[in-house]
Write a protein that binds this ligand. Structure first.
Ligand SMILES: Cc1ncc(COP(=O)(O)O)c(C=O)c1O
Length: 429
């Protein structure tokens, strides 16, 4: 590592405004339970579960043993053509058994942005195969985050992630719709023409946009629009999947019947790079019929055997330790703690759904400065778009730790005070 030049280490950080982070980067070299440790010895409570993914906590020896055992037997073998590996097959069966879609097929890959790419390609390919050649538009919500590969960038509802490439959309034929008001969504649909729309993609609870739970009836409205107009409903459950809302999937919590679900993060709690999609029979069956064309998609690490073995063990741990029920309890604690902040006039609003919490500060205060101050005190929280502080710790968090991080946010607000000049997020994700 070239750590002492003006431009810092050779590693180019992700989603970082480099001039703002140079000289103040935190290097993490150890994790244990709900805590991580920096190279200079600071112990930090992981109040965001990394990027909303470390659901079973850090540093579990059981996971390390699974990886070693699997690698000694077979590190991986690809799943192209007539080849498969036993672990990928097993993981797909396991996901199918907890899926919100009956009788699904599962495509596996390496992460959330990958899963968005394959889902949106498949939506377009499906309608071409069905002879509905005009169905090419992909619509997404304002403030949406769907990763940063070419498709995710194109359907970003956070405009700063889509801008600066010299084109409105890297992938042609995308558009945004309102994030709160279903009547406005219907209006946008009517303007574009439902016959041109291949798919709607939505995070059930928007994460990076600022922890935004759905308004009552909104997701049900999307389901109705999709059903009425022959449009595929794709739920991006990259954050919400595998327990973050107290159910295996948010589709269950909100009673939805998606055609495709995208997943990553909590499938392995970050112990391996896994993502993928769950596909309904309506969409996969035309590719399984005699005379059907192949769906041309796959990567070297689709269904990576060691990654799959780790995901399987992670799902076993979530079940064995009753972590879905635990998330439901923690949601109650978080609601009480954030609800108590309603009287604080420095806070605009607080929002909770599952073990996802957001504290939206009034514009005079800076979520970025407050979360920096929290780190000084040993608590990791993250600034999100909309001047929001993200709280989404591992499912193994104690009630005391959850109360502690909310209290730390208030203490940091006291310490930092009003921001001057008005806050501008340097790091947004
Ligand atoms: C809702 C959602 N979709 C997709 C992604 C992209 O996932 P990844 O970062 O694994 O590519 C993210 C990542 O934060 C996400 O929050």
């Amino acid at each position: 590592m070239n750590a002492h030049t003006d431009t810092g280490p050779a590693l180019w950080s992700a989603q970082a405004h480099m001039p703002s982070v140079l000289g103040r980067q935190l290097i993490i070299d150890r994790g244990e339970g709900n805590y991580v440790f920096t190279t200079d010895g600071q112990r930090l409570f992981d109040g965001t579960a990394g990027l909303w993914h470390t659901n079973i906590g850090h540093g579990r020896a059981e996971m390390a043993e699974v990886a070693a055992e699997q690698m000694r037997k077979l590190e991986t073998y690809h799943v192209f053509g007539r080849y498969l590996n036993d672990r990928a097959v097993e993981l797909a069966e396991r996901i199918a058994s907890i899926s919100p879609i009956a009788d699904p097929k599962i495509i596996l890959n390496s992460g959330g942005s990958d899963s968005i790419d394959v889902a949106l390609k498949l939506a377009r390919r499906y309608w071409q195969l069905r002879g509905r050649h005009e169905k090419t538009m992909i619509l997404s919500r304002d403030l949406a985050y769907h990763g940063l590969h070419a498709y995710g960038t194109s359907v970003a509802g956070l405009d700063f992630n889509r801008e600066g490439y010299g084109t409105e959309s890297l992938v042609p034929e995308t558009a945004r719709f309102d994030t709160y008001d279903i009547e406005k969504v219907r209006k946008t649909m009517a303007e574009i023409g439902p016959h041109r729309i291949a798919a709607l993609i939505a995070e059930p609870i928007q994460g990076t946009g600022g922890v935004i739970p759905p308004t009552p009836g909104y997701l049900e409205g999307l389901q109705q629009i999709a059903d009425e107009h022959d449009i595929l409903l794709i739920l991006d459950e990259v954050i919400t999947g595998f327990g973050r809302t107290g159910h295996w999937f948010a589709a269950e919590r909100y009673g939805l019947r998606p055609h495709i679900v995208t997943m990553a993060k909590g499938i392995s709690s970050g112990y391996s790079a896994v993502g993928g999609i769950i596909v309904a029979p309506e969409v996969w069956s035309p590719f399984y019929e005699t005379g059907a064309p192949m769906y041309r998609h796959g990567t070297t690490y689709s269904g990576h055997a060691t990654s799959a073995a780790l995901a399987l063990k992670n799902l076993e741990i979530i079940e064995r330790e009753g972590l879905l029920g635990r998330v439901q309890q923690l949601e109650g604690v978080l609601s009480t703690e954030l609800g108590a902040l309603a009287a604080d006039d420095r806070i605009e609003e607080t929002r909770v759904a599952g073990l996802l919490g957001g504290i939206q500060l009034r514009p005079e205060f800076s979520a970025e400065q407050v979360t920096d101050a929290m780190v000084e005190q040993g608590w990791i929280a993250r600034p999100l778009r909309g001047n929001v502080i993200q709280i989404s710790p591992p499912f193994t968090t104690t009630d005391e730790e959850l109360r502690g991080i909310v209290a730390a946010a208030v203490t940091a607000l006291d310490t930092v005070g009003a921001a001057t000049p008005a806050p501008e997020l340097a790091v947004t994700r």
